[in-house]
Design a protein. Structure first.
Length: 274
């Protein structure tokens, strides 16, 4: 079923995340004529996508024929204060402002907007680039059921979507899923390096680590069993995996280290938002 909006969509920022969302919308059949992109220099891959589909792109949108149904903010947090206020003047009473920018609270948008404007803050992650992301969203009190359904459709173009009522949860969510892909990539690096230390050639160790992590992730994705059960299925009593897990699951093993990492990321997320 094609993605249909009750009006136009303004996308501010066509970088990695904005570009991934744009590709997902077009793949789902959103009419290019209802998309307007503000970006002074889209990456070449996204510029080609815009050209191929005939999507209008401007360095700066100073006026619109009618207020958009959705204003989606996908610019970097450090330029948000320059980009958002002019765009905020273009919205109407039925517009929903949807942010995928890290470190920007709902209040930081509301202070530039008319009272009662609908605002949704969301945190996607980088697997959105291959439509395998997870996005968590939270809404202010002015977001209607229709607004929420629209945002759900737009965000689900790049993966799963979950909603929370408490915006304060965005900080630990950022620490787990927003930053999480980096932890997995680092695990892959460490696994490859451990293979080298065990005597493998670097190229082979990297290939083994990459395919093992990717394959395990795909198995987790396809299976209806928990990660704990899948782990136990691989672990034979007193076997090789058991020996390795005795180290990883020790008092000073992976769990306390990863907990400390997530808590550090959550604290930093809170600092950036304030």
């Amino acid at each position: 079923m094609a993605l249909v909006l009750n009006g136009d969509l303004v996308l501010a920022g066509a970088g990695n995340m904005g570009g991934a969302l744009l590709a997902g919308w077009l793949e789902r059949g959103l009419a290019p004529g209802h998309i307007l992109v503000q970006d002074p220099a889209p990456p070449p891959r996204i510029a080609e996508l815009l050209r191929r589909h005939g999507v209008r792109v401007e360095a700066q949108l100073s006026a619109l024929e009618r207020p958009p149904a959705v204003l989606l903010m996908a610019v970097k947090p450090q330029v948000m204060e320059d980009v958002f206020p002019p765009l905020a003047k273009l919205i109407g009473p039925e517009t929903v402002v949807l942010s995928v920018a890290a470190g920007r609270t709902i209040h930081s948008f509301e202070r530039h907007l008319p009272p009662h404007t609908a605002v949704v803050r969301s945190i996607p992650n980088t697997p959105a680039a291959v439509a395998r992301g997870i996005t968590v969203a939270t809404a202010n009190a002015h977001v209607s059921a229709a607004h929420r359904a629209t945002c759900q459709e737009l965000l689900s173009a790049v993966g799963e979507v979950a909603w929370v009522d408490d915006e304060a949860l965005i900080d630990p969510i950022t620490a787990v899923s927003g930053s999480g892909p980096a932890y997995v990539f680092y695990l892959t690096e460490c696994l490859a390096q451990a293979g080298v230390q065990a005597g493998l050639a670097p190229d082979l160790a990297q290939k083994l680590a990459r395919w093992t992590v990717a394959g395990a992730g795909e198995l987790l994705h396809r299976s209806d069993q928990s990660a704990e059960i899948l782990r136990k299925n691989v672990t034979s009593p007193n076997g090789t995996t058991f020996a390795a897990l005795q180290v990883l699951m020790s008092e000073k093993g992976l769990q306390p280290l990863l907990t400390d990492a997530v808590l550090a990321a959550a604290r930093r997320s809170k600092e950036l938002a304030s």
